[in-house]
Design a protein around this ligand. Structure first.
Ligand code: SF4
Ligand code: SF4
Ligand code: FES
Length: 525
């Protein structure tokens, strides 16, 4: 293990560590643009110059591997002058776009100018080289070539991560620019990551551009609900509106990336939301009060079970629900209604696109959790649907907005066979259009809990803001309905439900929110 000193501080680092990463270990910031921890080292921006004793010239910290006894300084006048000079060079042709640039607030140029630049421009505004602006280059991305600092992160991402190589440098000298070949737009499912890794405002996403200044946004930890991979994400909101998802680094799951489909899943949490409880009767749909609707729904389910027998009631669960919600739902069905008619809505293997990187065919975040908690899918779900079709169910509780892959008409026809249908759902959809009672649920951004991904990794998601409208969390809804039927549950939120899961459900034995932590925990480890 080599030992070196940086600015007079001694540090031991593993063999092969670069100066830049060794400095990070002891909290010394070395400015950089082209370096990205998940991409190969290019060493082209020269922002990371440092002084190394016995070296006649300044060295790039991102590409210089430490040796035993090395003496490094990042704080000398020579380094400061060099870094300021590099920044001035990079900014020579940069447009004066900050007031209208969407990167403002999280831009590497702005940040380093304030820390290491603060120089007066010596270049006349009218001499700047202009390049193409606002080009739709495909996928989720808009390119502003004039803002590009030629760091090549995007080129390396498309070579080393997706292997699709759509972006290249064209021309020479101060006319060098990043672009696609004519008629060959970005063609991969991970284009949004380009905006994340571009250190400046050259690559921005069509979806987020001009929607909100970043300093108004608050970020919170979440998990993508787009498939069973469970990519870790930062969700960004202002008030109770979500604006974007960005990948949160987790080497065990998604490294630093997420797919384009998953990136847009936040939209459903803003649009067509169910915000008030309602009851459907002869006069149509009428707003109802939680205080009357919750006991009414619970007692009508119970009454149907008592009248026709527990076989005449059923519960359809959702693989979009958390482990905590599925656990309570199972207990509600089995212990309080006494029914075995419980299944989660069909997990169709191969119903969606998958690849050998992140995207999984199962477009739900928690099918694995449902199975581990004793809520079956597949054949059990098919059998339940057949039973409903045959008129064998008098009261049905549906969690979720859709039933399998059924269309609106098919859902309406199926639910018409059941005299009483109660839904716990987040969005208007086929089920809310046919259910007798609708109990609006908080979205994944408005509640907390855990999902178990396809590989058996249990991961936490957190609430970013309170439930919108009059919606409640499914835990509140199920606990309240359960207690009306004498459950005696004292659950105060998802943490207490998870504690109960860890005590009673073998696969989750010994786990806790602490042991799951920021990065998740594999079942059995
Ligand atoms: S577009 Fe962005 S990531 Fe690509 S080379 Fe230019 S500055 Fe770097
Ligand atoms: S791979 Fe799956 S979990 Fe990851 S971002 Fe895409 S849809 Fe979401
Ligand atoms: S970060 Fe070292 S040369 Fe760019």
């Amino acid at each position: 293990m080599p030992t070196l000193t940086i600015n007079g501080m001694t540090v031991d680092v593993p063999q092969g560590t670069t100066i830049l990463n060794a400095a990070k270990e002891i909290g010394v910031e070395i400015p950089h643009y082209c370096y990205h921890p998940k991409l190969s080292i290019a060493g082209n921006c020269r922002m990371c110059l440092v002084e190394v004793e016995k070296f006649p010239k300044l060295q790039t910290a991102c590409s210089t591997v430490v040796t035993d006894g090395m003496v490094v300084r990042t704080d000398t006048e020579k380094v400061r002058k060099a870094v300021t000079g590099v920044l001035e060079f990079i900014l020579i042709h940069h447009p004066i776009d900050c007031p209208i640039c969407d990167q403002a607030g999280e831009c590497g140029l702005q940040n380093y100018y304030m820390k290491f630049g603060l120089h007066k421009s010596r270049y006349a505004l009218e001499d700047k080289v202009h390049k193409k602006k606002v080009q739709d280059i495909g996928g989720q991305i808009v390119l502003d070539a004039e803002r590009c600092i030629l760091c090549s992160r995007c080129v390396r991402f498309l070579t080393e991560v997706t292997g699709t190589q759509e972006l290249h440098f064209f021309n020479r000298g101060d006319h060098s620019e990043i672009s696609i070949f004519p008629g060959k737009p970005l063609a991969n499912n991970y284009t949004g990551n380009l905006a994340d890794i571009c250190p400046v405002g050259a690559l921005t996403t069509k979806d987020f551009r001009f929607k909100c200044r970043v300093w108004f946004l608050k970020a919170f930890d979440s998990i993508c609900t787009g498939c069973s991979k469970g990519c870790n994400v930062d969700a960004y909101c202002k008030g109770d509106i979500l604006y974007r998802l960005k990948p949160r680094w987790n080497d065990a799951v998604n490294q630093a990336w997420m797919c384009d489909f998953g990136r847009l899943t936040y939209k459903a949490m803003n649009e067509a939301r169910l915000l008030t409880p309602f009851m459907r009767g002869e006069g149509g749909r009428k707003v109802a009060a939680w205080g009357s609707l919750l006991p009414d729904a619970a007692f009508r389910m119970q009454a149907a079970a008592e009248k026709g027998g527990p076989d005449r009631v059923a519960v359809i669960a959702s693989p979009q629900s958390s482990n905590e919600e599925l656990y309570l739902l199972r207990r509600f069905a089995v212990e309080l209604l006494g029914t075995k008619n419980l299944a989660f809505t069909h997990r169709v293997e191969g119903d969606g696109f998958s690849d050998d990187f992140l995207i999984q065919a199962d477009k739900n975040p928690n099918s694995r959790g449902a199975q581990l908690l004793g809520v079956p899918g597949g054949a059990a779900f098919d059998a339940l649907v057949s039973r409903i079709k045959a008129g064998g169910i008098d009261a049905l509780l549906v969690v979720g907005n859709v039933i399998g892959a059924l269309s609106e008409e098919e859902t309406a026809a199926l639910l018409a066979k059941v005299p009483f249908v109660v839904q716990v759902g987040t969005n208007e959809g086929p089920v809310s259009k046919a259910a007798t009672a609708v109990l609006p649920s908080a979205s994944v951004a408005e509640r907390g809990g855990t999902f178990t991904n396809h590989a058996g990794r249990v991961q936490r998601f957190r609430s970013g803001f309170p439930a919108r409208g009059k919606a409640k969390t499914p835990i509140e809804i199920l606990a309240s309905m359960g207690n009306r039927l004498g459950a005696g549950w004292n659950f105060a939120g998802e943490a207490s439900v998870f504690t109960a899961i860890a005590e009673t459900e073998a696969p989750f034995a010994g786990m806790s929110y602490d042991s799951i932590g920021m990065f998740g925990q594999e079942i059995g480890k």
